[in-house]
Design a protein around this ligand. Structure first.
Ligand SMILES: Cc1ncc(COP(=O)(O)O)c(C=O)c1O
Length: 364
């Protein structure tokens, strides 16, 4: 009785992927990153599934953290970009949100706040990504100020973020690790601090970067951050099955065109199936002719432009396709990375840009 386009979210797969991160770095603790609506999977459901396993969760901003608190999540929540304004320090202290400290302005806001209890701080150093974080030469001074403040809990974590850990042989990851370790050796204030460097790609492929705290995001959702097979990434289980159904099947003659702009022309007499999923559901509009679509247990190919609510698929060579035939746009049978590739983007974008329109159903 309802439109069949939906996202089935396998919370057991999510937990499996979190456990894999922990298994790969058995001496570390792992923050479960559920920002951007848990990369499109539903942050409250993902956080509830992971809270019993993870010592803390990670989000991008205080609004995302407050949404989790309102839903009853009690574990500490790390704000990966820290505060955006001074008033957020008080909220963080009250709500047990941990603060990534990215710059000297944030340091000042933290030490100048009037707090009921101190906040837990992670100090981020820019080791080469040049996006956020203190310069290495600023770290000693910032640590002295933070450690001397009653507003800051003991046990600051020193963190950094990689620019290219997903390119396994890119030398910049080692260069960033060297920069970080040189800082640790040179900076008196940082010697006793726990460290955090690893996002998903580093957890999977750069054990040298594991340290005491991991920050897995993308890998939790079961796709590989790499473009080539990788022994650990190959153990990930896809969490989202983006599914729908065939809503129309029609024969067309050779030479006829399909979809907006008539951008695909049949080279032979063909059968076209129309599927209820389009860019209004998060399917990428730039997916071109030939993008794989899994119909009734077989792979077929997208033809014609992606519409807001529908796509069209050449099923001429497939048996048994009819109205109601099940379709997987991506998921366990069709890796989301293949669709991202076909659309000239990355799976991070496809997943996080999925709108609310495809109903999420949770399998636990
Ligand atoms: C600071 C920080 N840590 C961890 C992550 C998680 O990264 P990934 O999703 O690649 O695991 C992100 C994501 O952007 C981040 O910004």
């Amino acid at each position: 009785m309802s439109r069949p386009c939906r996202a089935l979210i396998d919370l057991n797969a999510l937990r499996h992927n979190y456990r894999l991160a922990c298994e790969l770095a058995p001496d570390a603790q792992a923050i479960a990153v559920v920002k951007a609506n848990a990369y499109g999977h539903g942050s409250v459901a993902a956080a509830k599934a992971l809270e019993p396993l993870a010592p803390a969760l990670g989000v991008a901003c205080i609004e995302e953290a407050l949404e989790l608190r309102a839903a009853g999540i009690a574990k500490p929540i790390l704000l990966l970009e820290g505060i955006f304004s001074a008033d957020e320090v008080n909220v963080a202290a009250t709500e047990n949100f941990w603060l990534m400290v990215e710059n000297l302005e944030q340091v000042q806001h933290i030490i100048n706040a009037k707090l009921v209890n101190p906040v837990h701080c992670w100090l981020k150093v820019d080791t080469g990504m040049h996006r956020l974080g203190l310069l290495p030469e600023q770290v000693d001074g910032a640590l002295s100020i933070l450690k001397a403040s009653d507003n800051v809990q003991q046990g600051i974590i020193l963190a950094s973020h990689f620019s290219s850990a997903d390119e396994i042989n890119n030398p910049s990851t080692n260069a960033q690790i060297e920069c970080f370790d040189t800082l640790l050796a040179d900076c008196e204030q940082s010697k006793d601090l726990a460290q955090s460097l690893s996002n998903s790609a580093a957890i999977l492929a750069h054990p040298r970067a594991h340290r005491q705290w991991l920050r897995p995001g993308f890998m939790l959702y079961g796709a590989s951050p790499f473009t080539t097979p990788q022994i650990n990434a190959d153990r990930l289980l896809p969490v989202m099955d983006f599914v729908s159904e065939v809503i129309s099947v029609r024969p067309i003659a050779a030479g006829e065109r399909v979809g907006y702009g008539g951008k695909w022309q049949a080279g032979r007499d063909s059968i076209i199936a129309t599927i209820a999923a389009g860019y209004g559901d998060g399917y990428p509009r730039h997916a071109g002719n030939g993008t794989p679509v899994f119909i009734n247990g077989q792979e077929a190919h997208l033809v014609g432009r992606v519409s807001m609510d529908m796509i069209t698929v050449d099923v001429t060579d497939l048996a048994g396709i009819e109205i109601g035939s099940p379709v997987e746009l991506w998921g366990k049978n069709l890796c989301v990375n293949r669709i991202a590739n076909a659309a000239g983007t990355i799976a991070y974008e496809l997943l996080t840009r999925m709108p609310a329109r495809p109903v999420r159903s949770y399998l636990s």
